[in-house]
Write a protein that binds this ligand. Structure first.
Ligand code: ATP
Ligand code: MG
Length: 373
């Protein structure tokens, strides 16, 4: 059993930075859990505190039902891959990978075999005799991964383990990592800057901000129903459009156009409420002619995304002035010309409403096996 339970976990660094702020989180046994958040939000601190490399200022860390808050890192049965690898410079690749096994007093032949086997799975076989300084950043990162894997811990803590790999290797490494995690059945907490990676790999995602967790959910929940405007603006390869709106009668007015109240928010708003209308650029359709219920604006930027383009339009503000920006993803070959007027129509059932920054009509997150509600 290696579920992780954090209760009111707090870390204040000397000098007063509150990197973790009374954080509560439950991660199930065998779960692949991703931590996402802007730089400086406390992701590395959280991993290091779970590993025991930082001493918590307050709160508790439980692993497998055991309170480990005051235990040394060595007895927590966790392996961490660091953002900066932390390889031993004087050791070869093979000895680096075998090092945790040496600490566990595994015999020399057995640990060298295990190291070579793990290295092979990460495409490092030709590099076993080199030292870290003779490797590229991506190769060093793979050695660090191999070192963490070789000793089969109960919990894997991975701090941006794929960030130095090129795009193709990164895809391969992440598929390999997911397979390995499933095979070993280890609990894995994975920090990444790359949302696509988190959405692709994780059973659940936590989005952090300023030492707190702003939402925990499956990739689908977090992507489709961001619980607040922070998560809405953070998740997604192109951020969600968040447009100021006002409840007027039984509808809402957005950029001078009356729209229906999004389904989930019906019955939860009152005439005159100031709200934010959220809709992803992927869930808007752009028309070249006026369409009922569409927001009209002027095309100001067209960015090529490969098989589609991101079009930015200026919509009229509440007082009729220009200035509210709205983005739409359009398929290849349907790009409008700059300066043209475009009509943006939200797709049925894909828009959300926020009041005071919080999603209206958010359902309770689906319970996850082993996680107390
Ligand atoms: N040893 C330290 N002493 C003082 N402050 C620190 C220390 N380590 C981190 N911090 C501060 O704590 C906060 C959280 O840092 P942390 O490294 O956990 O962020 P992060 O989310 O991992 O960021 P990044 O995505 O850039 O790696 C930051 O404000 C950082 O400056
Ligand atoms: Mg970090």
């Amino acid at each position: 059993m290696s579920a992780i339970t954090l209760s009111r976990l707090t870390k204040v660094y000397p000098g007063g930075v509150r990197a973790l702020d009374a954080l509560d989180l439950s991660i199930s046994d065998g779960e692949f859990f991703a931590l996402l958040g802007p730089s400086g939000c406390g992701k590395t601190t959280l991993l290091r505190t779970i590993a025991g490399l930082e001493v918590a200022t307050g709160g508790t860390v439980e692993i497998g039902g055991r309170n480990v808050t005051n235990l040394q890192p060595g007895v927590r049965d966790v392996a961490m891959v660091f953002q900066d690898y932390a390889l031993f410079p004087h050791m070869t690749v093979q000895d680096n990978i075998a090092y945790p096994l040496r600490i566990k007093k595994v015999g020399r032949a057995a640990r060298q075999d295990k190291a070579a086997e793990t290295a092979a799975e990460l495409g490092l076989s030709a590099l076993l005799d080199r030292r870290p300084a003779q490797l590229s950043g991506g190769q060093q990162q793979r050695v660090a991964l191999a070192r963490a894997m070789a000793c089969h811990p109960q919990v894997f803590l991975l701090d941006e383990p794929l960030s130095n790999l090129d795009a193709r290797l990164r895809l391969e490494a992440r598929t390999f990592l997911k397979r390995l995690q499933r095979e070993l059945g280890v609990t894995c907490v994975f920090v990444t800057h790359d949302q696509a990676e988190a959405l692709a790999l994780a059973d659940r995602i936590a989005v952090m901000d300023g030492g707190r967790i702003r939402q925990v959910g499956t990739p689908v929940e977090v992507f489709r129903r961001p619980a607040n405007t922070f998560v809405a603006g953070f998740i997604g390869s192109t951020p969600m459009n968040l447009l100021d709106a006002e409840v007027t009668g039984d509808g809402i007015t957005v950029a001078g156009v009356r729209l229906a109240v999004p389904e989930a928010a019906r019955g939860l708003v009152a005439d005159g409420d100031q709200v934010v209308y959220g809709v992803r650029p992927e869930y808007l359709d752009l028309h070249a002619e006026a369409v009922d219920g569409a927001l009209a604006g002027q095309v100001v930027v067209v960015e090529n995304l490969g098989s589609s383009s991101l079009v930015s339009l200026d919509l009229p503000g509440a007082d009729g002035s220009a200035g509210v920006s709205c983005q739409v993803v359009v398929p290849e070959g349907r790009e409008p010309s700059l300066g043209a007027t475009g009509w943006v129509l939200p797709r049925e059932g894909r828009s959300l409403l926020y009041r005071d920054g919080e999603l209206l009509g958010a359902p309770r997150p689906a319970p996850v096996a082993g996680v107390p509600a």
